[in-house]
Design a protein around this ligand. Sequence first.
Ligand code: CA
Length: 528
Amino acid sequence: MNTATTPPLFITMHASDNVAIVANDGGLPAGAVFTSGLALREHVPQGHKVALTDLAAGSVVRRYNVPIGYALKDIPAGSWVHERLLKMPDARELDNLPIATVKREPMAALEGYTFEGFRNPDGSVGTRNILAITQTVQCVAGVTDFAVQRIKAELLPRFPNVDDVVALEHGYGCGVAIDAPDAIIPIRTLRNISLNPNFGGEVMLVSLGCEKLQPERLMPPGTIPLIDERNVADVGNNADAKLDVVCLQDDAHIGFMSMVESIMRQAEEHLERLNARRRETVPASELVVGVQCGGSDAFSGVTANPAVGFCTDLLVRAGASVMFSETTEVRDGIDQLTSRATTPEVAQAMIREMAWYDAYLKRGSVDRSANTTPGNKKGGLSNIVEKAMGSIVKSGSAPISGVLAPGEKLKQKGLTYAATPASDFICGTLQLAAGMNLHVFTTGRGTPYGLAEVPVIKVATRSDLARRWHDLMDVNAGTIADGTATIDEVGWELFRLMLDVASGRKKTWAEQWKLHNSLVLFNPAPVT
Ligand code: CA
């Protein structure tokens, strides 16, 4: 939106709000007059709040029809309402919450939408056909990476149906209190990532030998799917998949090249099987979409996240699985979530995850307000309450039918709250473990985020960002603030793009440039 040609415009989220955000690119100067007659008393940057009425000291400042703060002094109408003028409300207690109170009509089923995917032995569907090499410990990362470079250069050209070879590098595996109760989180995360639908059930491990996270502990019997007779061990009563491990400390290895060639030899077997697979038409219900946001601004909750929320509803109507996450960014809206739970059990599971996270933060002497960044504030978000209200709308309006603890694998369709930190890389890593085969990421400040394991569709909250980052942003939701598209239209655009990307017909910009962030395991347990 060009300030020179566009009249002063603010966006209000709810009729009872007493602040609104300035929509114009570059913000507006003192003296700018809105069509309502309200005149600005000072310059207000784009995305920042303006007082619509006189706000007396101590009064509630309301956005999204929710108190996002209390005025620390008298704020006359037309003033810039920035975070230094607001006292943040306390987090809502976790008792006496509304439990499964919202009873809505079932949403009309959305039928006939399909994509071309890779069916897996366990019934899941991949959107890409990737060989993943799991590592039990960080010690083997250098050797594995060396081998992966050679596999890509020497083997991959012979297997044209395989999209990529990815080393699942991480910082865990040794030097950790592996018997601490919370160690279950990084261990099951790594296990479940190895079983992500995009890897076709082909699991191979590189182990050092002396590490705490032994291969059998990472992948106990029964966790790896049986593919065919070639990966079966113990044929007979105890038929189970063979655990394919290259152990660097094996006596058989004389020199570095022996290790590298051993990894390459094992990889070739998996590549042959993966290469024999073909995409087939599957219903849109096979999508497992993880949504998250990063580098948020005040437009996140106005444009991109509502469009994602609309698309979330479309996915749920199509019978797909959708996960939303980021505990510190939903904590202040917990009452909205527990009321949308399908059953009291789902609501209680959400409360349990929130309570666990409150205690986790308290152990580090902080609370959920540690979430907001300098960039969030520069983008107009005064505090975590305001940020959370904009973040939660990614979940749309469907009933919430499931809750996952960090690192757990998703087993059901519909809308699930997958409890994760809001950290982009940790949230993405945990959604991978849950089984996501497509990732949607909204950003206002701009981040070049990407993952090697699944396609990441990035949605810009503002047209200015979409213009400047034209070869990084896949969808521009800024058109909603510009008035050239509706939330529904951008939601549908995103839904159709998802089917194209899932089918391999389109690549996301992050795939195009191979922008890959590291896997970051969430380890709340002690290191030693
Ligand atoms: Ca995030």
